[in-house]
Design a protein around this ligand. Structure first.
Ligand code: ADP
Ligand code: MG
Length: 331
């Protein structure tokens, strides 16, 4: 199978929303009047972001999911995406399930594949997504990292920790019962981008980011961009821990300390971390209901820069444990 057969067979679909899809030198997008384009790219490299033997169906899902998660963090509505693909060979047993996993998620979000590039090389998947954000009275409704204000509440959607738990189990550093690993693995390999929540939080949240590298590390990005600090209540944050690590599931294999580490620095969960003024608590709950996604309030934004951890009694941790720092490819 040649390059153009491969594109025609696995990556060419009729488009409805895009003005022009795969087949010409450029795709053409027509954003709705009164909107601006939100654009984001994410690359997945074999051996770095996924195991060589990972199920290609789930890989197709994840490659798009991590990109949709960036649109979610901006409050954008998905519109289209491009796919740049390097493959060692034109292996149909890999391409068919990869393309099915990719389009299953794309269809669920009405996000159309409009173009890309295909080349031979070490397996590498780079997707660029395009979304729409309304502009009202000349003001973009996009959620940014830079909008957090002192006294805002800090929230996280869903649960955290499972993706990292699964990674540790697959690397062999934790031994999990088979059914627990299966559930945790779903979170690692098929994350659910919080697209509906992101959109529902437009004009409610003051700042947002998706949690890809770990809660505290990603919170740090909001704090830096906004020029503020934060106090996080660990007794509230621990409630975010995903069910898979609970003692009744794992016979207590995962200690409380380890659970806290998974929550604070796990990474790969693709939940939304966002801030909102205390006056918006009702509106945050309404957004949560509308998007059928739970949200947990875990702390508060401060004038004072830096991050502080407190427990339920208001006692402060002396210093942030270094194991809570987030993932950095070049660290
Ligand atoms: P060009 O040489 O003009 O860059 P290509 O020959 O690389 O174009 O690609 C032909 C068409 O197929 C283009 O419309 C391109 O966007 C599309 N395409 C190439 N690879 C992919 C892919 N992996 N997924 C979707 N579309 C692709
Ligand atoms: Mg060309």
């Amino acid at each position: 199978m040649g390059e153009f057969d491969l594109i025609a067979r696995y990556f060419t679909r009729p488009t409805a929303r895009a003005a022009l899809g795969v087949g010409d030198d450029c795709a053409l997008l027509q954003p709705a009047p009164g909107t601006q384009l939100a654009i984001s790219s994410d690359m997945l490299v074999e051996g770095r972001h996924f195991f060589p033997d990972v199920d290609p169906f789930t890989l197709g899902h994840k490659a798009l999911a991590v990109n949709l998660s960036d649109l979610a963090a901006c409050g954008a509505t998905p519109l289209a995406f491009t796919l740049a693909l390097a493959l060692p060979e034109a292996d149909e047993a890999w391409l068919a399930p990869f393309s099915r996993g990719l389009f299953a998620l794309a269809d669920a979000h009405g996000c159309e594949l409009v173009g890309g590039d295909t080349t031979q090389g070490p397996r590498n998947i780079c997707i660029t997504v395009f979304g729409e954000v309304p502009v009202i009275n000349g003001k973009s409704q996009a959620l940014l990292r830079s909008g957090a204000k002192a006294d805002d509440d800090v929230y996280v959607s869903g649960t955290l920790g499972d993706a990292r738990l699964a990674l540790d189990a697959l690397r062999g550093t934790v031994k999990l019962p088979a059914e627990v690993l299966a559930q945790a693995r779903c979170r690692l390999e098929q994350p659910i981008p919080r697209v509906a929540l992101g959109q529902a939080l437009r004009s409610v949240a003051s700042a947002a980011i998706d949690v890809s590298d770990g809660l505290l590390g990603d919170l740090q990005h909001i704090l830096q961009a906004s020029g503020v600090g934060a106090t996080i209540n660990t007794s509230n944050a621990i409630n975010l821990i995903a069910a898979c690590t609970r003692p009744d599931w794992t016979n207590g294999i995962i200690s409380f300390e380890k659970q806290l580490e998974y929550v604070m620095a796990g990474g790969d969960d693709y939940e939304l971390l966002f801030t909102a003024p205390a006056s918006a608590r009702e509106a945050v709950q309404a957004a949560s209901r509308q998007a059928h996604t739970t949200v947990t309030r875990i702390g508060r934004i401060d004038h004072e820069p830096g991050m502080r951890l407190i427990d339920d009694h208001g006692n402060r941790a002396h210093a942030l444990p270094s194991r809570f720092s987030s993932f950095d490819h070049f660290a």
